[in-house]
Ligand binder design. Sequence first.
Ligand SMILES: [Zn+2]
Length: 93
Amino acid sequence: MKAIIIDAPRRIRVGDWADPRVGPSEALVSTRSTGVCAGDLYIYQGKNPYAVYPGVAGHEIAGVVTEAGAEVQGPHYRRTPAWRIRRAGGRAG
Ligand SMILES: [Zn+2]
């Protein structure tokens, strides 16, 4: 997949990133749009001590659920959710 990749502080590019694998309590969202927030900026600037490089920027997204694990509940396929990426305990909305 294409992604905005932060390789190291102040080194950012558009590149290819391995497609994620969906775990039993996870959903795969095909991103249609993403925002860039202060958290991304801090990672880019090297000000987040918990940042792991390289990493993909943009965790506030809108997209379509294209795959979900067996434990995920809810009528989510082909809808356009918008949310912050986080663990949701097996539920997607
Ligand atoms: Zn954010």
